[in-house]
Design a protein around this ligand. Structure first.
Ligand code: HEC
Ligand code: HEC
Ligand code: HEC
Ligand code: HEC
Ligand code: HEC
Ligand code: HEC
Ligand code: HEC
Ligand code: HEC
Ligand code: HEC
Ligand code: HEC
Length: 254
């Protein structure tokens, strides 16, 4: 008898605790879509990232890590994109084929497809005075029976025999405006009017149309994105693991 009277309160307590746990779990699911902890399985050894602790205890704002300014993440209930949607293992054909479907809507696209060009600033009449002859820019009659639009022959892609419109334009204007190209990307505005990219609908130019750097130098691939973000902050704050000797403070070897 004595044994039984002791068991009942214990069982009751256990049920009560379980109920609290279930309610707590459900409620945390509602109010905190942000993960508490994140386990990364990878070739360097598993990494356990104390996500909530980083935000709550180390007092780091969501946006210092979730840095997509077109979709600011500010409060715990805000949903965030996985870093890998924009920082894949590599920008290969598979990424190019699939990536457009990995974003909730089109507003994300301009984070990478950040500029397209509208009309070229070119005053034809004024240039007739600057040049000695029409043939400074137009071909001779053997190619161009009479002066006409360059795009009648030079198309967007170009071929082995014929320069693309971009290269034909740049080479021709560059005869006199070499200085404008010397300044790199900051100089493009002298001839190109950028389009307004809010609610942009249309084709996207490949990054290489404008950038000489490869895509992975412009947008870091997955491992570099994590290493760079995690470790530069630790180094800056002088807290948390970084540097060549501390791999194992993040990576748990198997
Ligand atoms: C110290 C950096 C850091 C801070 C601060 C931070 N996060 Fe994260 N968060 C991450 C990383 C890293 C991931 C993992 C993403 C992945 O797996 O690609 C992540 C994942 C997430 C995910 C899951 C995304 C998914 O689908 O995989 C959500 C939601 C999220 N964070 C929301 C937030 C919110 C809301 C805040 C602020 C209250 C916040 N985070 C603060 C770094 C951070
Ligand atoms: C919507 C796309 C997108 C998402 C999501 C995203 N990034 Fe980025 N990230 C970029 C782009 C584009 C750049 C190129 C530089 C720039 O424009 O800031 C970049 C640059 C970086 C850089 C280089 C340093 C810097 O800040 O400029 C690091 C590190 C980085 N991202 C880490 C992360 C991590 C970690 C996550 C997840 C917590 C993440 N990124 C989520 C698009 C994204
Ligand atoms: C993380 C950066 C990033 C984001 C965000 C992004 N893209 Fe891309 N996209 C790329 C890269 C890199 C390429 C390859 C371009 C190249 O060839 O230089 C590309 C190529 C493309 C292409 C051309 C594909 C082809 O066959 O040549 C289309 C179309 C495209 N993206 C659509 C989208 C759409 C739609 C979205 C938004 C829903 C989007 N992208 C978001 C980086 C991005
Ligand atoms: C500094 C370079 C330059 C000089 C000099 C020049 N042109 Fe042009 N011209 C161009 C370019 C570039 C285009 C293409 C503009 C376009 O497609 O909008 C063009 C287009 C034209 C067109 C087609 C216009 C149309 O809208 O169909 C004619 C016609 C033409 N030029 C005649 C001349 C004649 C005649 C001369 C000499 C008096 C001359 N151009 C001198 C660069 C030049
Ligand atoms: C009727 C077709 C046609 C038109 C119009 C045309 N091109 Fe070309 N362009 C060619 C061909 C064909 C070549 C290749 C010539 C060669 O290999 O000798 C060429 C070559 C070039 C080259 C390479 C260097 C050179 O001069 O051989 C440049 C630069 C060029 N075009 C610029 C222009 C510009 C700028 C315009 C407009 C003002 C223009 N082209 C209009 C057919 C055309
Ligand atoms: C024969 C030489 C020559 C060629 C070829 C030439 N330009 Fe010019 N351009 C000039 C001169 C000279 C001026 C006036 C002085 C100045 O501003 O540099 C000028 C001025 C300009 C300006 C105004 C610059 C400013 O600071 O406001 C623009 C824009 C421009 N050119 C664009 C072009 C484009 C686009 C092409 C190719 C289609 C081109 N030019 C080809 C000689 C040339
Ligand atoms: C001196 C004037 C001039 C400068 C500077 C210049 N461009 Fe261009 N660009 C042109 C002309 C002319 C064309 C061909 C005209 C056309 O396509 O209608 C062209 C075409 C292009 C195109 C393909 C067509 C388009 O509209 O998208 C791209 C991409 C481009 N330029 C990128 C650049 C970049 C990136 C820079 C800076 C590094 C730059 N240009 C600097 C004159 C210039
Ligand atoms: C039509 C031309 C054009 C295209 C296409 C383009 N960019 Fe850019 N990009 C620029 C110019 C110009 C700048 C520098 C000026 C500025 O801040 O806008 C720049 C700057 C950047 C920067 C900042 C770092 C730097 O090198 O200055 C990143 C990152 C970047 N672009 C990534 C991309 C990626 C990824 C793509 C392809 C998905 C792309 N860009 C396509 C013209 C272009
Ligand atoms: C913006 C700054 C910042 C970023 C980004 C950041 N951390 Fe930290 N991290 C800290 C700080 C501050 C500490 C606190 C160390 C202490 O108090 O001793 C810390 C501590 C840690 C620790 C040891 C203590 C713990 O909480 O586990 C690990 C492991 C760690 N971080 C992993 C990561 C990983 C993995 C990432 C990237 C996904 C990351 N951190 C991104 C600031 C950051
Ligand atoms: C601050 C924590 C942290 C430190 C310190 C750290 N890493 Fe990582 N490492 C990560 C994270 C987070 C990932 C990304 C996991 C993912 O891709 O899901 C990663 C990924 C990797 C990968 C996986 C690449 C792949 O393709 O799967 C390797 C390898 C790696 N790290 C090696 C190292 C080495 C070597 C060191 C020491 C020089 C180191 N890491 C230090 C957090 C860290």
């Amino acid at each position: 008898m004595r044994a039984k009277s002791k068991t009942i309160p214990v069982v009751l307590a256990a049920i009560l605790l379980l109920a609290v746990a279930v309610v707590g779990y459900v409620r945390s699911g509602q109010t905190q879509p942000m993960p508490v902890r994140i386990l990364f399985e990878n070739n360097g050894g598993k990494v356990i990232f104390s996500h909530l602790v980083h935000h709550r205890d180390y007092q780091i704002e969501c946006a210092s890590c979730h840095h997509d300014k077109t979709h600011p993440i500010e409060a715990p209930e805000d949903r965030a994109l996985a870093c890998g949607s924009c920082h894949p293992n590599s920008f290969d054909e598979k990424f190019i084929e699939d990536h457009a479907d990995s974003f909730p809507n089109e507003a994300y696209c301009v984070r990478c497809h950040h500029v397209e060009y509208d009309t070229v600033l070119f005053d034809h009449e004024a240039h007739e005075d600057y040049a000695s002859d029409c043939s400074d820019c137009h071909h001779g009659q053997d190619i161009e029976p009479e002066p006409q639009k360059c795009s009648n022959c030079h198309d967007e892609r170009g071929s082995d025999e014929l320069l693309s419109m971009r290269l034909a334009g740049h080479q021709s204007c560059g005869q006199c405006h070499e200085d404008m190209f010397d300044k790199g990307l900051s100089s493009c505005k002298s001839c190109h009017v950028p389009k307004d990219m809010t609610d942009y609908k249309g084709d996207y130019s490949s990054c290489g149309q404008c950038h000489e750097a490869e895509t992975r130098e412009l947008v870091l691939p997955r491992m570099n994105a994590f290493h760079d973000q995690c470790m530069s902050c630790h180094e800056e704050m002088g807290a948390g693991p970084y540097g060549p000797d501390n791999c194992k403070q993040c990576h748990i070897s198997r």
